[in-house]
Design a protein around this ligand. Structure first.
Ligand SMILES: [Zn+2]
Length: 185
């Protein structure tokens, strides 16, 4: 896959998340956190590849362009050599639910997660990360909560899991930083 317009923004945002340890690699070698940006006004979006959490800087080869998806079949098609993040359909569910959303951040923040659990829009505890159910759960939250205006949600079934979004990555990042500063003791 070739380079894309928002790659520099994506790397800048990732660096800040890495510095804050909101994205990275656990001691067991498992990476966490992923970012995506919508491709213009289309349904397609660019998302960081699986197992890229430890990389300080991503190249186009570390990302994929998700071009089509089907929630019911838990299926997607993509362009690129990387393996799309296992949470790609969660990102897709946000783009489907909010046409003004053009960037999504999924990070891990244990303190913020504990503070916001059931106070901010929260996905069901019964729904695990990276499942088809999670995309339906996200779409349900858009119908039943104020997630569209708050631009943040908590994944009860995925410890530490936070998702923010906005009209660009800077926006989504600011939502996250604001929530952290408001919840700081
Ligand atoms: Zn996660």
């Amino acid at each position: 896959m070739g380079s894309f317009d928002q790659l520099a923004d994506l790397n800048a945002c990732r660096r800040r998340l890495l510095d804050l340890h909101l994205l990275g690699v656990y001691a067991n070698g498992i990476g966490f956190g992923n970012l995506s940006v919508r491709d213009g006004v289309s349904r397609s979006f660019y998302i960081t590849g699986s197992a890229t959490g430890g990389l300080p800087e991503l190249t186009p080869a570390d990302c994929v362009r998700v071009v089509e998806y089907d929630f019911a079949k838990n299926w997607l098609s993509y362009e690129g050599a990387a393996i799309p993040s296992s949470e790609s359909l969660t990102h897709a569910a946000i783009y489907e639910s909010d046409p003004s959303a053009s960037a999504v951040i999924h990070c891990h923040d244990s303190a913020l997660w504990r503070t916001l659990l059931d106070r901010a829009p929260t996905s069901s505890k019964a729904v695990a990360y990276g499942t088809a159910e999670m995309s339906y759960e996200i779409m349900r939250l858009f119908k039943t909560s104020d997630v569209q205006s708050r631009e943040i949600l908590v994944m009860a079934g995925h410890k530490g899991g936070i998702v923010t979004f906005g009209k660009n990555l800077q926006d989504a990042f600011e939502v996250l930083i604001r929530a952290r500063s408001e919840s700081a003791p």
